[in-house]
Design a protein around this ligand. Structure first.
Ligand SMILES: Cc1cc2nc3c(=O)[nH]c(=O)nc-3n(C[C@H](O)[C@H](O)[C@H](O)COP(=O)(O)OP(=O)(O)OC[C@H]3O[C@@H](n4cnc5c(N)ncnc54)[C@H](O)[C@@H]3O)c2cc1C
Length: 457
């Protein structure tokens, strides 16, 4: 692919955020030959891939009649964006200079200049921080009743919703379709919802309201079983529920804008209804960061498309776009999802391979290799694992055969995960000659792994 333009390293368009809005904008901008640069985000405002990386099955995104795992859906969007020429840049945006194009976008690692920007940084669901919240997140606790309510584990079970506003009431009413009973847990002695909504909740015999109640702890083994709360009049209460839904609001990820773009009263980017233009010409916005109402993957994708089309038109109007010329009209097809890799067995194991999967390969390398071995314990529904795996592959590639990588799917290889003492994914262990040298949990910067490997090579 030949790049025309990009004079003085000025991008046509920088997209900030790698959720459904960001990737859809990237697909459209890339297909318009604008070769967008997409800043994926890393820590602030969620992980690369956005909110759907934190859920299991997405059952309502069109085109997947049997549902699709959130992380897998995001991997597919990413692959589609890259296939058409989107460049990904893994960092967080700290600030932007909105004076005039080219705009300056400051990231953790430097400054990017771009003639236009699409902001797709999403919104983060507020959490309560109760005891065991992380343990039961997506295993009974959710921030999205509409997304997760139909999950089989919730059918005909008692469920709870925390909150006292319109969303909480709506979610409680919605969940009565699935649960045998819904406990609506309200911190104060009144609901903040509209009168009509309050009437609806009170008229629903399947909803029990717990006033003046504050949830403190979630309990269970592998799935949520009950919650402990304090009622300011009655004291401690225990409620047996299989689902706990937070409806305590979202915080749009707009901090890095430092009020340089007009926000609405709730802190979301203010755009005219149904339009992606922000208060600054040349800067567009899409997805949950502009949407306090619908907040769905498909609506985010839809507005991402609008933002890219509007950007393309604006750049053309201002004569600012420098489009690329493709050598072939049809880019190479993507390879299938990285989680479909085959496990190594007696016939396919290769002692020199840089990356293999499964317990057979691990056992062989653990006993026979004198090189450092980096093992990632993952599971298919773990979003952060999808983020980390390509990072580790890059690290291993950079060491050019001096390190070997193994992936263990703990769903399939439960025994080996147990032996290794794994209690969450992703966990990465670094071994050399049968000795565990270092262990990490969660998504970490590539530099951390590189440094640890360098120290033992
Ligand atoms: C648990 C859960 C389950 C859900 N299930 C469903 C479902 O089943 N169906 C459905 O349609 N919707 C579902 N949703 C809602 C859906 O995930 C969101 O509506 C959708 O992801 C919004 O997309 P977005 O692109 O606007 O933002 P997000 O997905 O939030 O992505 C925002 C991106 O911006 C990045 N970012 C943030 N700040 C910065 C910064 N400063 N610099 C760089 N990057 C930054 C983040 O890293 C992230 O990549 C669910 C939400 C949750 C929380």
């Amino acid at each position: 692919m030949e790049t025309k333009g990009k004079e003085n390293n000025i991008e046509n368009v920088v997209i900030i955020g790698s959720g459904p809005a960001g990737y859809t904008a990237a697909i459209y901008a890339a297909r318009a030959n604008l070769q967008p640069l997409l800043v994926t985000g890393f820590n602030s405002g969620g992980i690369p891939g956005g909110q759907l990386m934190t859920t299991t099955f997405v059952e309502n995104f069109p085109g997947f009649p049997d549902g699709v795992l959130g992380p897998e859906l995001m991997d597919l969007m990413k692959a589609q964006a890259e296939r058409w020429g989107t460049n990904l840049y893994e960092s967080d945006v700290i600030s932007i200079n909105t004076l005039k194009p080219p705009f300056e976008i400051k990231t953790l690692d430097g400054v990017i200049k771009s003639n236009s920007i699409i902001i797709a940084t999403g919104a983060s669901a507020n959490r309560l921080g109760i005891i065991n919240e992380d343990k039961f997140w997506s295993k009974g606790i959710s921030a999205c009743a509409i997304c997760d309510g139909a999950t089989p584990q919730f059918r005909d079970e008692e469920l709870a919703v925390i909150g006292g506003g319109d969303s909480a009431c709506e979610e409680a009413a919605y969940l009565t379709k699935y649960g045998s009973k819904v406990h609506l847990i309200v911190r104060s002695e009144k609901l903040r919802a509209s009168a009509a909504m309050i009437d609806r909740v009170k008229a629903n015999s399947k909803i029990e309201i717990h006033w003046n109640t504050k949830v403190e702890k979630a309990n269970g083994v592998n799935w949520l079983e009950n919650i402990e709360a304090i009622n300011s009049q009655k004291g401690p209460v225990e409620i047996k529920v299989k689902g706990l839904f937070y409806a305590i609001g979202h915080t749009p990820n707009t901090k890095f804008l430092n009020n340089k773009i007009v926000l609405d009263k709730k802190g979301y980017i203010a755009c005219k209804s149904g339009r992606p233009e922000t208060s600054i010409e040349g800067i567009f916005a899409a997805g949950d960061v502009v949407d306090s109402e619908w907040r769905q993957g498909v609506t985010a994708a839809g507005t991402g498309c609008m933002a890219a089309l509007a950007t393309e038109r604006w750049l053309a109007e201002k004569n600012l776009s420098k489009t690329i010329i493709r050598e072939t009209t049809e880019p190479e097809k993507t390879s299938s999802s990285s989680f479909n890799e085959e496990e190594a067995n007696e016939d396919t194991f290769n002692s020199n391979s840089q990356w293999q999967k499964g317990s057979y390969a691990l056992r062989k390398l653990y006993h026979e290799s004198n090189k450092p071995i980096l093992v990632i314990f993952s599971s298919p529904s773990c979003g952060p694992c999808h983020v980390l795996k390509p990072q580790l592959k890059r690290v291993i590639k950079e060491f050019d055969g001096a390190v070997q990588g193994i992936e263990i799917d703990i769903d399939k290889d439960q025994e080996i995960a147990k032996q290794a003492g794994i209690n969450g994914t992703p966990t990465v262990q670094l071994f050399k000659e049968k000795l565990l040298k270092k262990q990490w949990q969660g998504v970490k910067q590539r530099s951390e792994f590189k440094e640890a490997i360098q120290n033992i090579i």
